[in-house]
Write a protein that binds this ligand. Structure first.
Ligand code: CAA
Length: 258
């Protein structure tokens, strides 16, 4: 049985990290299954993904410490590359991806959440990069994405101290967008995903690409990303329908992805 389940639900879908006996810890097989699950997503039908962990205790409690313990430097490098490759694939996935964090998101789990477009969490969630307490650095993007999300000062404090933070602090520093009671988290995630799925898919995808491609550029270069995104929407059936419906003072027809 794969450790990552792909569960489509109409025009949204879950990717469930399903190894609850180890709090969904990421070993090489889980990473390979996540890679394969991404390949299985039908992006013609599915317009938004939700990543979550199985069980009610953890999103993902990190990379698998038992698997890492006896690695040498070359083995560590290869494991880090495997994680980074699949997280880069997730980050640049053509449709939006929401991390719904219900419980521990530590080390590789926090890094997995950060490779998604944005994060929401339960009031029981715990985030952290505990790696320096284990004798290693974060290895699946934590030294890079955490600093970009919460700023280098806060990222350095979290990483150097290896101190975990709770949901309210994650919200305060901008690591998550919203906190929900634990039993409402996945309903909230589905509502958000469905709201995104109801908007014009070509436009939503183009926004994701423009935001991501522009992030590392100067503003002069970055606005060219936006111009390309903007241009790509004109002439689509969804643009004609969306603007026509506004001008005719009616609700637009469901968007078609064309
Ligand atoms: N790797 C391997 N196994 C893990 C694991 C991990 N990261 N996290 C939890 N588990 C396993 C435990 O070993 C335990 O297995 P057994 O029942 O076989 O003993 C099971 O999951 C349940 O865990 P606990 O008994 O520890 O549960 P708890 O409620 O007492 O504690 C916890 C929960 C605080 C999250 C604790 O499990 C913990 O601290 N886990 C490790 C967190 C961590 O350090 N993560 C970072 C890993 S390094 C990394 O991720 C590097 C990177 O950037 C790529």
């Amino acid at each position: 049985m794969p450790f990552v389940k792909y569960e489509p639900k109409g025009d949204i879908a879950y990717l469930v990290i399903d190894r609850p006996e180890a709090l969904n810890a990421l070993n090489a097989q889980v990473l390979a299954d996540l890679d394969a699950a991404l390949d299985a997503v039908d992006t013609n039908t599915v317009r938004c993904l939700i990543v979550r962990g199985a069980g009610d205790k953890a999103f993902v409690a990190g990379a698998d410490i038992a698997q890492m313990k006896d690695l040498d430097s070359a083995g560590g490098e290869a494991f880090g590359k495997q994680g980074n490759d699949v997280f880069l694939k997730l980050e640049s996935f053509p449709i939006p991806v929401i991390a719904a964090v219900g419980g521990y998101a530590l080390g590789g789990g926090c890094e997995l959440a950060m490779a998604c477009d944005f994060r929401i969490c339960s009031d029981t969630a715990v985030f952290g990069q505990p790696e320096t307490g284990l004798g290693i650095t974060p290895g699946f993007g934590g030294t890079q994405r955490l600093a970009r999300l919460v700023g280098p000062g806060m990222a350095k404090q979290m990483i150097y101290t290896a101190r975990n933070i709770k949901a309210d602090e994650a919200l305060r520093i901008g690591l998550v967008n919203a906190v929900y009671p634990a039993d409402e988290l996945y309903a909230a995630a589905e509502k958000l995903a469905s709201t995104i799925a109801a908007n014009a898919p070509i436009a939503v995808r183009a926004c994701k690409k423009a935001i991501d491609d522009g992030a590392a550029l100067t503003i002069d270069e970055a606005v060219i990303c936006e111009e390309k995104a903007f241009a790509s929407c004109f002439g689509t059936a969804d643009q004609r329908e969306g603007m026509g419906a506004f001008l005719e003072k009616r609700k637009h027809e469901p968007y078609t992805n064309h």
